[in-house]
Design a protein around this ligand. Structure first.
Ligand code: NAD
Length: 434
């Protein structure tokens, strides 16, 4: 198939590269010329394990192309994916400006019948609205089908998720267009679930809200564990052995973040409120998450009295390991709270420093290594469970910090492991090791 992908971010680039890997001819289009220049020579503008290698292979095989020229990228394609951003607006709703712009690009440049596939996360009704927008503005006699195909990949394991995902959702009002897309994906051998467009759009929001609620639920239990002296890790393990509950997404910590859960839960709330429904569970999940992000600072304040002038090693800026994405990362509100408490922050992250610098206050200092961050620190905050950090943190904390005092926002270490060392250790929903 002759495919193009509009928007080469975390979703669009991975989608384009993986579709080329299974044999399709793919052109990735972006408005950011710098990104296009890098990608054209095989350099991924995002940190995603395995992506660079796969990009280079397919560029060299001649089936993966990059352009900032929409005409060149769109004119004669069989399928056009839209994978542009849908950020949160001030009122919580999804900002559809980029989607609308992409639709207008399609109107201007297509020359033949095409299937438009919307991968971006969009409120229910958006696919139909975009189809009407395209058809109303087309002056040529061209057939356009629209398919809602929400994306479920996770940053950090995006390629694996594309090849071995749990399901591909195809929402369409045209069975033959849906079958063409199913055929496109066949080499992935991922189960396909076909439904109507509204349900496909809703599946994405419902899935993210459910996962957010699961995280907030275990975090609420962690709060109670903290107060009653239980251990949330054991509680989660005991719960997860029940097949109706399952062991995944039961890790207590400083809350969810990223570019999806926070904005998608807010957009779902807005969508529900627009139809005069109060989405009680989703709202509660958001509220618990906001509280969760203040927890570590509160614990540290309680322990030290105040954090004035304390040298604090902030370990992890990305919202999870194996990505450079800092959008919606708990590290952002936590750093701001710490600065308010007049702590001196030395931050380290294996991949996120470049992007963090652009959004975090300039008073934060950045370390080039874990050792540099820990050297002479009064306390360490572990915010992202990078293997590079967790693999040596306990040993290095003992060697490099003034006193090894760790506040672990991800419960990375077993209490037994920590007890063997001379470390003061505070985590989430578990008794401290003093
Ligand atoms: P992103 O911000 O990383 O990338 C979007 C890209 O689109 C940018 O490079 C931007 O320059 C480009 N763009 C914008 N308008 C364009 C246009 N008219 N033509 C060409 N390029 C254009 O976004 P992302 O994280 O990849 O997310 C994309 C969508 O997928 C969002 O709706 C998001 O909610 C959803 N999603 C994201 C993830 C994730 O893990 N990031 C997972 C599932 C779904």
């Amino acid at each position: 198939m002759n495919i193009s992908v509009l928007g080469t971010g975390y979703v669009g680039l991975v989608t384009g590269v993986c579709l080329s890997e299974i044999g399709h001819d793919v052109t990735c289009i972006d408005i950011d010329q710098d990104k296009i220049n890098k990608m054209s020579v095989g350099i991924s503008p995002i940190f995603e394990p395995g992506l660079n290698e796969l990009m280079l292979t397919n560029i060299n095989k001649g089936r993966l192309h990059f352009t900032a020229d929409h005409h060149q990228g769109l004119a004669d394609k069989d399928i056009i994916y839209i994978a542009v951003e849908t950020p949160q607006k001030e009122d919580g709703s999804a900002d559809l400006r980029f989607i609308v712009r992409a639709a207008k690009d399609i109107v201007c440049h297509i020359k033949k019948d095409v299937i438009v596939v919307i991968k971006s996360t969009v409120p229910v009704g958006t696919n139909k609205f975009i189809k009407e927008l395209i058809l109303d503005n087309l002056t040529k006699d061209i057939k356009v089908d629209i398919i809602s195909n929400p994306e479920f990949l996770r940053e950090g394991s995006a390629i694996n998720d594309t090849f071995y995902g749990d399901r591909i959702v195809i929402g369409s009002e045209n069975e033959s267009a849906a079958s063409i897309l199913e055929e496109v994906y066949k080499p992935f051998r991922v189960p396909v679930f076909k439904t109507d467009i509204y349900s496909a759009e809703m599946i994405k929001y419902a899935s993210n809200a459910f996962l957010a609620a699961k995280i907030s639920f275990i975090n609420e239990m962690a709060h109670i564990c903290d107060k009653v002296g239980a251990n949330i890790d054991d509680v989660a393990k005991g719960m997860g052995q029940d097949k109706r509950i399952g062991p995944d997404f039961l890790s207590a910590g400083i809350g969810y973040g990223g570019s999806c859960f926070p904005k998608d839960t807010q957009a779902l709330v807005k969508m529900a409120e627009d139809i005069q429904y109060k989405p009680i569970i989703t709202k509660a999940a958001i509220e618990v998450n906001e509280c969760q992000q203040t927890l570590l600072v509160e614990k540290a304040k309680k322990y030290f009295g105040n954090l004035l002038g304390k040298r604090l090693a902030l370990l992890g800026l990305t919202y999870k390991p194996n990505t450079d994405d800092v959008r919606g990362s708990p590290a952002i509100p936590i750093s701001k709270q710490l600065l308010k408490e007049s702590a001196e922050i030395i931050a380290y992250d294996p991949a996120g420093i470049g992007k963090a610098r652009t959004i975090l206050p300039s008073r934060i200092q950045y370390a080039g290594s874990l050792d540099e961050a820990l050297l002479n620190a009064d306390l360490a905050f572990l915010l992202t469970e990078w293997n590079e950090v967790t693999g040596s943190l306990l040993r290095k904390a003992c060697q490099l910090m003034k006193e090894p005092i760790i506040f672990d926002g991800r419960n990375c270490f077993s209490l037994d492991e920590v007890r063997k060392l001379n470390i003061e250790y505070h985590s989430i929903g578990r008794p401290p090791v003093l």
